[in-house]
Structures are given as C-alpha cells and as structure tokens.
Design a binder for this molecule. Structure first.
Ligand code: SAH
Length: 458
C-alpha cells in the first residue's frame, strides 16, 4: 500500500524499473510502492526519472535517461513526436501497442465490469499502421520571417510546431497542406494570431476520399473575405488538378472550435464522395465521417457478423451519426431504425440512404434515451439493437429501454473501454450475456481503441 508521505520530492531524480503501462500509454514505475507515471517509459525498462509532480498516492515523472532498454522500444519515425500532442505510442513497436490495448480492455472488463469470463480477442490492427487519417485540420501560424507555418499544437499549449508532414495522415492531405501554405505565403496572406485575435488564415482543413481519390480543401479565416481568393483557387488547382472542392469557412469567434457557421463553396462541389465497403457517402466540409475508413469497415463487418442478420430482422441503430452502421445493416435486415441527436448528421444519413438506394431505413433526430422509450410505446420490438455511443457511454435510460425491448442480440460498438465495461455490467444484470469483445485498432500510434461486443439474451 502507498505510504502516508510520498517517498519522493518534486525535482528529485530517481531510478525506477517500469512494471506496467497506464491506459494513456505512460510507464508505471514504483518507488517504495509509490507509483510514478512516466510518459514514454516501457515495462521492463530501468530508467532515470525526474519527479515533476507529487500527489498523495501517486506522482508524475519525466523520462531522463533509459539505462536498460526494452525490446519493444523503437525510434519514433516522426521528428516532432516528443513535442506534438497528437500521438502517444510511436516509441512502442506496433505489436506492443496492440498488446497494451488488449490488456487495457481485459483490465476494465475485470475491474469495472466484473466480467472475468468474457473473451477479449487480439485487437485487429492495420497492416500498415501509418498514413491512415483521411482528414486533417491544421492550425496556421507565422514564422519570424513572415512565412506561414502549419503544425499541431505542442502538448498542453497553443504553440504551433512547425511541421512538414504528419505520418498518420494520408499523404494527399499532407501535400495539400504544404501546397496551400506555400501559395498563401507567396500571396502574402497573414496567419491568424490567437492572442491578439487578429490576422486572417486560422486553419487549413483537407479531406480525401481514400477510395475515390476526391479531395476537398477548406480554408478557415477570421475575416469575412478570403483575400486573394482567385489567386488561391487557381494555384491550388494548378498544384492539385484533381481537387474537387474548395470551401471558404468564416470563424470570427475567439474559440478553440475550428469551423465557423458561414461556409461558401468557392470552387467545385459542395460534397466529395467516399465508400466504405459497397456503401457510398457524401461528405461536406461540416459532415462527420469516420477518419479511418479501412478500420471502420473492419469494425462494422464485425458488428454485422455479431448482428447475425438473416433478412427478416428489425434493427435499431442508436447513436447512428451519419448512418454508417444503419446502412451496413440495411442490406441484410428487413428494416433499420436509426436515432441521432445532431440534426445535420441525420440529414446526411438520409442523403446517404438515398444515394445508395436503400429504402428500408428510417432516421430520427432526437436523444436516443428519449426516442427509444417512445418507439417502444409505438410497439417497436427490434430483434437486434446496435449502439455506438460517444466516450461517455450509453445513457442509463437508454440501457433501461434496451432491456425492456428484449432484443435477441445487442451489438455494442464503443470508443471507450471503461464506459463499455460499466454498461455491459448493467446489460448482464438485466438478462444479457456478453459473448465476446473484439477490439479494433482504428487509431494506431495513439492510445485510443475501439471495441465491438456481442451480447445475447440469456
Ligand atoms: N456510427 C456513427 C458514429 C457514432 S459516434 C457513424 O458512423 O456515423 C456517436 C454519435 O452519437 C455522434 O454522432 C453523436 O452526435 C451522437 N450522440 C451523442 N449523444 C447522443 C444521444 N443522447 N442520443 C443520440 N445520439 C447521440
């Protein structure tokens, strides 16, 4: 047990051997039983650590020097990895990343869900765990010499790291950002300055359809006007003749939110297209769309397998977003009902259904926890319920109505293993058996993990 007074002092340097990893991917080393959490430390490694924060029962350290290296340590390929806040696991081999994620899921199943018996499969990783993101939104700043720079914020700050390339981004996104930065510099366009709330160009956003090759560029300015608009458009088209859509978005607010409300298409189409499996999606500047469609397909294929549809079933897709899962399920079911709280997403879901000529789906705007009891009152008795909630998990009222609806199967897609485990416990207590959990690595090099879980009525 931790002692009453911590055995370390702030700024002291200590030697520790890491025993474990936190869910964030930090190394855990102990000094007389007192845990120190140390970013970039790996289990098995002996290291010199500077204590940077001391709390009653645990502290935080900075890795100074690794004396005995783990075989899982790799040189991060990204030159700004240790400054940037985007990735957390580039210092770890990919197979170790997957093991860490599996352990995390197993841990919460036991500790939070008290589900010792539930098999957690090996996470399905990517063959090539780089360059998977189809969307970049990158802040713009200025160098001393007035040249524009683009890069993500330094950890816990708003300093922009001057960055040429982001290795988890699609290469087209990277290249387009570099092109726009150069063109805008040449045209003398100023970067936005957060502190003074002056200047012009705030963010560059690029989305690509990885299957279609469609490209959309969104230029986000503080000013109502997009300076040198014609020059910008011409030169972007010259650099990327295939660009399908150039959009100007105005965000006049002092805010961390990237997109403002005013959007104008300045060249080409309002939408680009992409496909996941054989379903096509229309994507606007504002649309939600899965950022790693390759792994999304893997995840939803698994969800479809767990739903075990024979063609006659009624399915509910709660937290349906733009209807990705609903449309996946619709091909194999009699009828699918989706519910989603964001109106724009529901509109996109309906558009996507029409685009794919799928007419056995209905999408409703509302809170899942309110629409479900109403559906139940209307006599809806789904055979399968799929949920894909945000990080905070399912609302309790929603879980209650799921139990009342008594579907044969529940498929729970989750981006947060802790809330998943908590909710599975409630479903187990309500008469369902958790058969298995399949983690899918949608975000290699980061500490996120998605899971799809199969439950059946006992
Ligand atoms: N499967 C979806 C993504 C789900 S992400 C897709 O591929 O598009 C979780 C979704 O839940 C988000 O779209 C979010 O807007 C929605 N959401 C959050 N709280 C909700 C609630 N109480 N009721 C319904 N939807 C909600």
């Amino acid at each position: 047990m931790p002692k009453q007074t911590p055995p370390v002092k702030k700024n002291e340097t200590v030697t520790v051997t890491f025993e474990d990893l936190t869910h964030e991917g930090d190394g855990v080393g102990k000094v007389d039983g007192y845990p120190l959490f140390v970013p970039y430390g790996l289990p098995g490694e002996k290291a010199r650590v500077k204590v940077v924060k001391v709390k009653k029962n645990f502290g935080f350290g900075k890795l100074m020097d690794v004396e005995e290296e783990s075989g899982d340590r790799v040189t991060p390929p990204c030159p700004v990895y240790y400054q940037c806040g985007g990735c957390q696991l580039q210092h770890m081999s990919y197979s170790r990343q997957l093991t860490m994620k599996k352990n995390q899921v197993e841990n919460v199943m036991k500790k939070i869900g008290h589900l010792e018996h539930v098999p957690v499969h090996e996470p399905i990783g990517m063959e090539e765990p780089w360059r998977y993101r189809n969307k970049i939104q990158i802040p713009v700043g200025e160098k001393e010499n007035g040249e524009l720079k683009t890069g993500f914020y330094q950890k816990r700050s708003h300093n922009i790291i001057d960055m040429e390339s982001c290795l988890i981004q699609d290469e087209t996104n990277d290249g387009m950002v570099a092109a726009v930065r150069r063109i805008a510099t040449d045209l003398g366009i100023e970067a936005y300055d957060e502190e003074s709330h002056r200047g012009v160009l705030r963010h560059i956003m690029v989305r690509t359809g990885q299957v279609t090759g469609d490209i959309m560029v969104v230029l986000i300015t503080r000013t109502k006007e997009l300076p040198h608009k014609d020059g910008l458009i011409e030169q972007i088209k010259e650099a990327y003749p295939g660009v399908k859509s150039i959009v100007h978005n105005v965000n006049r607010d002092k805010t961390n939110v990237i997109l403002g409300k005013e959007t104008t298409v300045v060249y080409g189409d309002e939408y680009i297209y992409d496909s996941i499996g054989d379903i096509r999606f229309m994507i606007s500047a504002q649309s939600f769309y899965q950022v790693n469609p390759t792994q999304t397909k893997t995840l939803y294929d698994k969800a479809l397998e767990y739903a075990d549809l024979r063609g006659g079933e009624t399915v509910v897709d709660a937290y349906c977003g733009i209807g990705t899962i609903s449309l996946f399920m619709a091909k194999a079911a009699k009828k699918v009902y989706g519910v989603e709280v964001v109106g724009e997403a529901v509109k996109d879901a309906k558009k996507n259904a029409r685009l794919n000529h799928i007419d056995n789906v209905e999408f409703y705007k509302g809170k899942a926890e309110e629409v479900m009891p109403w559906w139940r009152g209307q006599g809806l008795r789904p055979d399968v319920i799929v949920v894909d909630p945000p990080r905070k998990g399912c609302d309790e009222a929603l879980l209650a109505s799921m139990l009342e609806m008594e579907p044969e199967r529940i498929v729970y897609v989750s981006c947060n293993p802790s809330t998943l485990a908590r909710d599975l416990r409630i479903l187990e207590d309500g008469g369902y058996e958790t058969k298995e959990v399949q983690p899918v690595d949608q975000f290699p090099q980061t500490n996120h993990i998605e899971c799809v879980t199969w439950l059946v009525k006992k």
